[in-house]
Design a protein around this ligand. Structure first.
Ligand SMILES: [Zn+2]
Ligand SMILES: [Zn+2]
Ligand SMILES: [Zn+2]
Length: 476
């Protein structure tokens, strides 16, 4: 058996005397013309070496290109598209020169932002006191047996140690200055809730954590099946609530914190109820049919409705979108410009949607077919999508997943330049990270014979809506 051929990729940044102020750390990867020529001479003719260039520095064309051409070499240039034409960077004309000379291009994002630094951050990967990885939802480390709990205010899974009084915990290694915790009242339930209550702050008044205390009605827990489905729903609800807290959005329980405008969840089981259970939102009360947590049942509905994506987490993020719309939106004219006039009769819109289906051109304007039903649904679908993007990106960062490709020629129909001019840098940087990541995730799923993990296309009009929501959340 022979080993598979391996390839070495040499990545070049800038060459020669820099003609623009360098970013921190950039000088460490900058090389002299002599160093660059030596490398080229060493690799010329070797099929196992691949040359790439990052960052769209002007030296790519002024210095590198003639040297490459002279030796008959080709290379791939990864360009941060938003920097083209800036001082010391390649121009559009330069990019054409590269292509004309037989070079290939790849995407290096938009503005060369470090999206690991995008805030606010909710962590998705954690370590125990024993340095082993532990996960959101864990209550005990399987390696060292440490008790674990989730501190929602600090968005972290903590290894715990007893702190004197019965049932009182503190962070492992705490010097006495850190918070004291109790476990959530749902720790000893089917949920095995991992969330902690900070003593002083909450624990005198409430028994349950910030996620669990949002519940108003639970299914009949004397039924083992209901326990299982409920626990599954809570897992996704915790994930969502953790994100909402980290995004700085108000998460007040109707039962304990804000009787008028607070949130409440009615978690009911449709197949066991005398009347149909309709998943939806009304004045701060979110009703969810926990049958949606039954994979076979949910998948059957997804098929029959011809939906590409249907999950419990998706439902929760959609319904919470309805809850936040009147809280976040101040400029209703702008909101209606983007999403349509929400004063349109809802029942009539619903009837029309199920009679006629979505308009054929919906992908140019909406994130999903359901979003075409009524402006409220468009908002909720787009809001849910925003939460999807933020969560997946944070998770990718937490696990060190960063995708800079694929090469432009191999990417799909979403053009690199399709960002609307109004997009602020933060959202643009997010989407820069997002698109290549989703191409990769879909490709990986297909490699396993699964359907696309991310079955969506974001048209420019949808990106405009995401930009709007991003702005509202950042100023919330
Ligand atoms: Zn451990
Ligand atoms: Zn809890
Ligand atoms: Zn809705």
């Amino acid at each position: 058996m022979t080993n598979p051929p391996s390839t070495v990729t040499l990545t070049v940044h800038g060459i020669g005397t820099p003609v623009r102020p360098l970013d921190p750390g950039e000088d460490e990867v900058w090389v002299t013309v002599k160093q660059f020529e030596d490398v080229l001479d060493a690799v010329a003719g070797r099929a196992d070496v691949r040359l790439t260039f990052d960052d769209a520095n002007a030296s790519d064309v002024e210095i590198a290109l003639p040297h490459l051409v002279k030796r008959g070499l080709t290379a791939q240039f990864f360009l941060p598209a938003g920097l083209l034409g800036r001082p010391g960077r390649l121009t559009d004309e330069n990019v054409r020169e590269l292509v004309d000379a037989g070079m290939t291009l790849g995407s290096h994002g938009w503005a060369h932002c470090d999206w690991r630094q995008l805030s606010p951050v909710v962590r998705r990967a954690f370590r125990c006191r024993c340095e082993r990885p532990v996960f959101f939802g864990n209550t005990r480390c399987l390696a060292c047996n440490a008790e674990l709990g989730y501190d929602a205010a600090r968005a972290t899974v903590c290894p715990l140690e007893p702190s004197g009084a019965e049932g009182v915990w503190r962070r492992h290694g705490d010097d006495g200055s850190g918070p004291r915790y109790r476990r959530c009242g749902n720790f000893n339930s089917a949920v095995v809730c991992s969330w902690l209550l900070e003593i002083d702050a909450d624990a005198a008044r409430v028994e349950q954590c910030r996620s669990c205390r949002l519940n108003r009605t639970l299914p009949d827990l004397s039924q083992p099946d209901n326990q299982r489905l409920w626990a599954r729903v809570e897992r996704d609800k915790q994930r969502m609530v953790a994100s909402l807290i980290a995004l700085g959005l108000p998460v007040a329980a109707r039962s304990a914190e804000d009787a008028e405008r607070g949130l409440a969840f009615d978690l009911l089981r449709g197949s066991a109820a005398p009347e149909p259970v309709i998943t939806g939102h009304l004045n701060g009360v979110i009703t969810l049919d926990i049958d949606e947590a039954d994979d076979a049942r949910r998948e059957a509905i997804r098929e029959s409705m011809d939906e590409p994506y249907r999950t419990v987490l998706g439902h929760l993020r959609h319904e919470i979108g309805h809850y936040y719309q009147p809280i976040l939106v101040r400029d209703w004219d702008r909101c209606r410009e983007l999403f349509g006039d929400d004063r349109e009769d809802y029942q009539a819109a619903l009837d029309r949607h199920y009679r006629e289906g979505p308009p054929a051109d919906w992908p140019q304007r909406h994130v999903s077919a359901y979003a075409t039903m009524h402006p409220w649904e468009d908002w909720a679908e787009t809001f849910a999508h925003y939460l999807h993007i933020r969560d997946v990106l944070q998770t990718a960062v937490a696990y060190g997943v960063s995708v800079s490709g694929p090469a432009l020629a191999a990417s799909d129909a979403t053009p690199l330049y399709s960002y609307p001019g109004a997009a602020p840098d933060d959202l643009r940087a997010m989407l820069d990270a997002w698109f290549p990541l989703t191409y990769a995730l879909n490709a990986i799923n297909r490699s396993l014979g699964e359907s696309d993990l991310y079955p969506f296309v974001l048209a420019p009009a949808v990106i405009d809506k995401l930009v709007y929501i991003d702005g509202l959340i950042r100023s919330a």
